[in-house]
Design a protein around this ligand. Structure first.
Ligand code: SF4
Ligand code: SF4
Length: 180
């Protein structure tokens, strides 16, 4: 049969010689490989004490942004959910009430907004689809969890706090966003 790669290896089934049966040359050759790796630079790091520098195109945990006055940008238009190929986004739209002008930028807002991080493939299409500059993917890692339910991120984890704003300029894949 025709081979499509040159990785094919013919396996020998000839009887082992006396030297081969001693296994010493094989053990020595294995030890040499181990020594070679001991002397070369480590490819692993001690995460989380050490953190690798991410590629500029890395897309991590989302943030729902607020404007300069602290109001949520998201108007629950649903375009991000429609654009999401993984159907990871769900939301409930609500109407802004009198006195809530300092909380939400427009008349409509998302009273519930959830992203299932187990479904998300971090493609960034939600960010591209958003007409309000409300959702961005950041350079942050989604932390590990033991329960699947904990991977459903609600507004408590997604909306940035004014005390600890997320600098979206750290993720530079489009080059079209400004800092904070
Ligand atoms: S990054 Fe992609 S998969 Fe994840 S929520 Fe946004 S659109 Fe969906
Ligand atoms: S994040 Fe953007 S696209 Fe998604 S619902 Fe809010 S305003 Fe619409």
């Amino acid at each position: 049969m025709e081979s499509f790669t040159n990785r094919k290896k013919v396996v020998s089934d000839k009887p082992m010689t006396f030297i081969e049966k001693l296994y010493l040359p094989a053990i020595f050759s294995g030890m040499m490989i181990t020594m070679k790796h001991i002397l070369t630079r480590k490819k692993t790091i001690k995460y989380p004490e050490e953190i690798r520098v991410f590629a500029p195109v890395y897309r991590g945990q989302h943030v729902l942004k607020r404007d300069e006055e602290g109001r949520e940008n998201c108007t629950a238009c649903g375009l991000c959910a429609v654009a999401c190929p993984a159907e990871a986004i769900t939301m409930v739209a609500d109407e802004r009430k009198r006195g809530e002008e300092n909380l939400y930028r427009e008349e409509k807002y998302a009273s519930t907004y959830e992203i299932n991080m187990l479904r998300c493939i971090f493609c960034g299409l939600c960010e591209e689809a958003c007409p309000k500059e409300a959702i961005f993917l950041t350079d942050r890692i989604v932390p590990t969890e033991f329960e699947r339910a904990n991977f459903i991120y609600g507004k408590d984890k997604l909306v940035e706090s004014m005390e600890d704003r997320i600098d979206i300029s750290l993720r530079q894949n489009t080059g079209k966003r400004g800092a904070i």
